[in-house]
Design a protein around this ligand. Sequence first.
Ligand code: GAP
Length: 444
Amino acid sequence: MPDLDRMEAIVSLAKQRGFIFPSAEIYGGFRSTYDYGPLGALMLRNVREAWWNFMVQQRPNVVGIEAAILSSPKIWEASGHLAGFTDPLVDCRKCGSRWREDQIEGVCPSCGSTDLTEARDFNLMFRTFVGPVADDASVAYLRPETAQGMFVNFPLVQRALRLKPPFGIAQLGKSFRNEITPGNFVFRTREFDQMEMEFFTPPELADRYFQYWTTERYEWYRTLGIPADELRLRPHDPDELSHYSKGTVDIEYRFPWGFGELEGIANRGTYDLNAHATHSGTDMTYFDPQTNERYLPNVIEPAGGVTRAMMAFLLSAFDRDEVGGEERTVLRLSPFLAPYTVAVLPLSRKPELQGAADAVFASLASAFSCDFDVTQSIGRRYRRQDEIGTPFCVTVDFDTLDDKAVTVRDRDTTEQVRIPMTEVTRYLQERLDSTARPVATPFG
Ligand code: GAP
């Protein structure tokens, strides 16, 4: 299927099936903002959980935090965001539209005019006021990245947990940027979810950890279902580097309009700890009691977007094939990302099946994300589950009442097996255990 058709199909499926809705649609929408519906909320949780499991839970030397979204504006002064987190903004004098100068090559994409204003720096941070008085003293910003939460808390986390570099502090959460040109569905939005980790390492290990995290993060996307030919690693040119970076590699995904960033792995050196030490007057060094040395750790940062990753997983999973002479749409999502792991489908609405179906649902729902659907024909219900990526369907039929067994259908092969009701949880667990999931590689 051509890429742009796939994009259109995903945007439509996302809306029809309850993954992603245009926000405030009843009011005509709101400037490229989106709401995540029931299936989108489940899938976002799964993306976050897959990241947290791989980055935090599986590693003895990485811990997680949840920092405030609204915090001291001094953070953004020190980090360089107040002065430097800008995009070059131009206005079209003919039609009044606004663009990022670096994205339009001197021609207004709206009306074709070349009569554009000089570019001026536009700060991407959302400004607000904290407390009842809206004056300069009460200005605060919505965080444009989660990363600074890890830097400003570095000394507290290090001491509280008695951590010795190399160690990481990770965080999942919302960030906000007043993007001039949001778009391409949830690829670029003004409110989005990030998954970031700051890895504090002795300087002599920084280059090796940069390589290590680049490979770890690349493999995470691969294992969760993105094919190698839809991914690439792209080192930044020196003139492209962010103000804090000594070196960055982007993991890029082949979006329908071309390759675009999924995640950046940056060597931030000592930039951030140094900046916060200078601005706050706090000692941000680490004292190594074994060597009696005091130093500023270097930082390697893998920084990705949860919402952007979800979009890539959906695009890669989208497929059409033929089953029983009929075309079907199927999302071949990793079972660890699919909104539902299993759907319980009683063959008919007849009351005799109700008790058995309820019992199967109850036994599965405490272990797995589980849908329950009794509407329409069983064939239609299978198609519906295929379309939302549910890896397993469990059908309760009239034989179930006698043999106390159910039919388990596989989304990808459509094969069906008969399993005793009491064994279904174990069967599904074994299937999940035999499915590839991201596993942390030891460093070395
Ligand atoms: N702390 C470094 C940092 O924030 P970034 O490349 O600006 O780096 C990291 O952002 C990731 O956050 C990006 O790779 C992307 O996945 C996601 N992201 C950034 N801006 C976004 C936006 N406007 N909408 C959706 N995701 C965004």
